[in-house]
Design a protein around this ligand. Sequence first.
Ligand SMILES: O=C(O)[C@H](O)[C@@H](O)[C@H](O)[C@H](O)COP(=O)(O)O
Length: 235
Amino acid sequence: MAIINERLFDSKAQMTEALAALLEHGIDGGIQRDGNALVMVSGGSSPAPAYKHLSNLPLEWQKISIAMVDERWVDANHDKSNEAFIHETLLQNKASGAAFITMKNSAHSASIGQVECEQAYQALKVPDVTILGMGPDGHTASLFPNSQGLPHALQTTEIVCAIDAIESEVTGSITERMSLTLFGIARSREVVLLISGDEKRAMYEQAKVEGSELEIPLRAVLNHPDINLSVFWCP
Ligand SMILES: O=C(O)[C@H](O)[C@@H](O)[C@H](O)[C@H](O)COP(=O)(O)O
């Protein structure tokens, strides 16, 4: 079981404030300890306001690296690219000087691109903070229920893996992705999971109950003994 600290907020604004504070603290800690900081970031609507807030803070951005938690196998200028979203929300203003590590490379498929992506991620320090979202289907990062690649992603000691999800309303039409593995998530000093709304809260509660990690991949994160997890929820 992960060490889980659940925090329920009354509003998205309060959750944003707490997330921004957690990120700032994690970044400061990384710089104090190692001389530099690494934050792994997810897409989604939940972290966007905290990213925008952070981008205006006078942090030592030249010592900070930002890397993706997961990505659709699309070019960085695609409107569904998580990388594009991070450029629009976080890597702006004062944060434009941060280093950015992409998951996407020029390989024709995520499974071919995995080796190059793994090499890039192996070269990074242990992450200081990893931000996860969660879908109503119980996916986190791109660990989608019953997806191709998921059993490997939950067992391997590689950091990233290629995933091909089963198409659904949640995945949309682009199902080919690169994702942190469970091991890749668990390496982080600190992990924060952002959840909003009652439907996702119910899925989170279901994930806490014993059952299949292939059906509800978030369960694998909650079950992992080495993960130091803050769960942030707002209505
Ligand atoms: O790559 C993706 O498909 C999204 O980034 C997705 O995984 C997102 O993180 C969750 O669905 C949570 O989304 P919200 O933050 O909007 O709740």
